[in-house]
Design a protein around this ligand. Structure first.
Ligand code: MN
Length: 201
């Protein structure tokens, strides 16, 4: 297909490497089925938009624009989600990231509390991200609905927590708080710090 610019990225670890905090079965399903579906959806939507332009046929333009935002944001967030976890994760952020978190949230625990509140408070499917807002030069927490709504333009996420049921239900059922705790044990603070440094320049 002419318009297939999006591809499923390789995982930075093996499918079994995040167990027991994140089981092999759940990781395999989430990555190879759910994430792949957003990649396919984004590519298919680009093709449909190209077809619409070629035919000057825009009767479905609103749906196509909505699908593009949904699938592409889903692809981007899942790509960051895999990078947000590591088997060697957890603990406390290292110096640069820790200093930024303390400046913008008070303490790492204050950040964790806000993230947990936003995650448990989500109405429906969504994400909670730690994001760098270059305009204020501050880290902010974003509570994102679905993949694409309730997000501030311009803020770049450095850590993503997937709160869609497909992200945890197979292993954690309705125990959202346990999934959030497990996520902190996997959190790749070093990777988040690398991303922050790139954004701060
Ligand atoms: Mn997901």
């Amino acid at each position: 297909m002419a318009n297939s610019p999006y591809t499923l990225p390789s995982l930075p670890y093996g499918l079994a490497d995040l167990a027991p905090a994140y089981s092999e079965e759940l990781l395999e399903l989430h990555y190879s089925k759910h994430h792949q579906a957003y990649v396919n959806g984004a590519n298919a939507t680009l093709q449909k938009l190209a077809d619409a332009r070629a035919d000057n046929a825009y009767e479905h333009i609103n749906g196509l624009q909505k699908n593009l935002a949904f699938h592409l944001s889903g692809h981007v967030l899942h790509s960051l989600f895999w990078q947000s976890m590591t088997a060697q994760g957890g603990g406390e952020p290292s110096a640069v990231l820790q200093a930024q978190i303390k400046a913008d949230f008070g303490s790492v625990d204050d950040l964790r509390n806000q993230v947990a509140a936003a995650a448990k408070g989500l109405q429906g499917s969504g994400w909670v991200c730690l994001s760098w807002d270059g305009l204020s030069e501050k880290l902010i927490v974003q509570q994102i609905q679905d993949h694409q709504s309730n997000a501030a333009h311009g803020a770049q996420s450095i850590l993503a927590l997937d709160m869609w049921e497909h992200a945890y239900y197979l292993q954690y059922q309705n125990a959202k708080a346990k999934w959030i705790e497990a996520y902190w044990d996997l959190a790749d603070w070093a990777g988040a710090e690398d991303r922050l440094k790139l954004l701060k320049g």
